[in-house]
Design a protein around this ligand. Sequence first.
Ligand code: SF4
Ligand code: SF4
Length: 316
Amino acid sequence: MSNAENPYGSDLVEAADVGMLFDMKRFALHDGPGIRTTVFMKGCPLRCTWCHNPESQGAAPEIMLSAAQCTGCGTCIKACPQAAIRATQSATSTDRQRCIGCGQCAIVCPTSARTLVGYRKSIPDLVAQVKRDVVFFDESGGGVTLSGGEPLFQPSFAAAFLAQCQARRIHTALDTCGFAPWEDLKRVAQHADLILYDLKILSDSRHRRWTGHSNALILDNLTRLDALGKPVWIRIPFILEMHDDPDELSRLGAFIANLNCVEAVHLLPYHRTGEAKRQQLERSGTPKLDVPDERAVAAAGERLTRAAGQAVVIGG
Ligand code: SF4
Ligand code: SF4
């Protein structure tokens, strides 16, 4: 496949037996049915302005710096093989162009002000970790959710891991933004019992503005999933600034109403957890977004419910 056809371009990460993760959450209650273990994979092709996990976006390991914990001792500056760290008035800063994500600064930092996000994990190790909670999955109707970042950034690993879980009769869910070559989505989805599919907005110009990419592929992939008959839960981030035209939610609901595969629709109101993380990644220039109040969320939920023809769940 050429880069012109591949939405990931040269950032595509492809490995079947070892994946790049950034977190795991046991006893998760909001990533599918029952009690679940959610595995967060690193790397995402979209750049959503509101992203709650900005540390998931880059495909490679990266440093997070908690300025409040930094005493300015300078130990990291001496340890960095790339000369990527410099002292500032109150702490240190990292030259992200020079940094190779080796993690030396995090190892030597005496106050844990620096942490490395992103680590490699083999499928046997990951399956062994997940298997510890099978008793909770069985009792609650839960299982494993592969999330991110975007799991389809590492399609071979994602497909192989979910297949291993299914072989052990563990319920599997794939949480995806849908921005991936159809062949990758189809390959991974065949090992998923449930798809959690993120939909942002139908307006292509707004989608480009708020995520950096067109939504054409995402909508097309969802239509194809519908034809496959895969059960899908739609997840819609509610962003006041992006959804400032209420008709956008109605149009989104009408699109959902035409699909046969949708078992549930969740509206996820914006919250601010991503802001502190963006600071720790030393990223600037991201606009501050408003957190919707209860009234705005309820009104959006009602509008979406009417248009989609099914009760919309707030949160989850
Ligand atoms: S080693 Fe840690 S505490 Fe010392 S300057 Fe570096 S980040 Fe700050
Ligand atoms: S991760 Fe490695 S290259 Fe990057 S700042 Fe730390 S020590 Fe330097």
